[in-house]
Design a protein around this ligand. Structure first.
Ligand SMILES: [Ca+2]
Length: 109
């Protein structure tokens, strides 16, 4: 009985620890924010192959982080990878304005 309680406590501590270490959920690996320096509204976590980031995130991304599940991200102006596109971002950028791509992202490959 004692051992079972210890296991539950350990699992809870792990969950809390992970939640504190990761500022935003990291599943697909490409995280977008409305403002520079990863601030403002968090727009979501996307994967490469996002045909359309959806109405909430559309034309709003100003900074992004790329983590290992995605490896890199190319941002596109229109749905279905159309229009202008960025270089490959391997770690992201604090300001898409530096790449003349502020508030333009609609799909990600
Ligand atoms: Ca923005």
């Amino acid at each position: 009985m004692k051992r079972k309680i210890a296991a539950v406590v350990t699992a809870s501590a792990l969950t809390i620890g992970l939640g504190a270490a990761v500022a935003a959920p990291a599943n697909a690996g490409i995280q977008l924010w409305d403002h520079d320096n990863y601030s403002g509204d968090y727009l979501g976590d996307f994967g490469r192959g996002s045909y359309n980031v959806g109405s909430f995130a559309n034309d709003r991304a100003t900074s992004l982080r790329v983590t290992s599940p995605a490896n890199y991200a190319i941002l596109h102006e229109h749905a279905g990878y159309g229009g202008r596109q960025t270089r490959k971002f391997y770690t992201g950028t604090a300001n898409l304005g530096w790449y003349d791509f502020n508030d333009m992202t609609t799909s990600i490959s």
